[in-house]
Design a protein around this ligand. Sequence first.
Ligand code: ATP
Length: 305
Amino acid sequence: MTAAISADGIRQRYGDVQAVDGVSLTVEAGEFYGILGPNGAGKTTTLEILEGIRKPDEGRIELLGLAPWPRNKKLLPRIGVQFQASAFFNKLTARETIRNFGSFYGVGPKRADAMLERVGLTESAGVMTDKMSGGQAQRLSIACALVHDPELVFLDEPTTGLDPQARRNLWDLLRTINAEGRTVVLTTHYLDEAEVLCDRVSVMDHGKILRTGAPAALVREIDDTVRISVESGLLTAERTRELLAAVGAEVAAVDDDGVSLSVSTRLPGPVLSVLAEQNALRGLEVRGATLEDVFLQLTGREYRA
Ligand SMILES: Nc1ncnc2c1ncn2[C@@H]1O[C@H](COP(=O)(O)OP(=O)(O)OP(=O)(O)O)[C@@H](O)[C@H]1O
């Protein structure tokens, strides 16, 4: 496969903050690629640099084989960038907005309206953008990014703030966009989103990419950690740690979020025995590792989006 994007040694500093600290990555053509990290990890800055919207302090980028900076007009029809919903003119309808975006690329009103239909907004075509729901606005912003049929699409946290149903609907749309052959690069702070959508994901924190791989492969790499949860309040995290240490149980982490007490371990047997002896099995759930555990292992702290 040909690389759609290759970036090497990107750095960006804002005053005292090293927002991007030596990022190198490759996105293959046709791939669904995710940059996953908590707020402030440096995802948006990285994305803007890859798109050619922002000049990095350092680093080399090739986008579809060309340098995106200084702004390369040849690239613009080939890439789609999802604008944040707030970038719309409030007093334009959805139809006027998509037609406007289409006109930037020489796309006529018929094709622009067809894109509105693609994202399920035909019935809301006459609604002013400031009267749209969060899900409708996100769909419109994706439609605007796709109106000129680009081969590479960048999406910056496209499902943030949506309710679960609206998120699932958007996931279906994004899968289709990718299945049609477009390369998709998405940033997200949702672990489940990265797990469900992405062929490969880069886990990012404090401006650095910590690991890149298929979500399932990243999870497998951390050696089958199992997460055992019981109701919070049965045992404190501290007491649990003491009890587990007393029997020599190997645990990666013990955490109490006020709802559940969770223990991550490679060897669930001794942990379950200790909890059973303490009569602390109410609400028991045992599940395999997820990207959350990958993040914990890579950073030593719980994932907080
Ligand atoms: N224009 C700016 N000026 C100064 N600091 C900035 C600017 N943009 C971002 N930062 C800082 O750089 C760091 C990375 O921000 P960035 O927006 O790239 O992260 P992010 O992972 O996309 O976070 P979020 O999910 O909150 O958008 C943060 O500490 C942020 O506060």
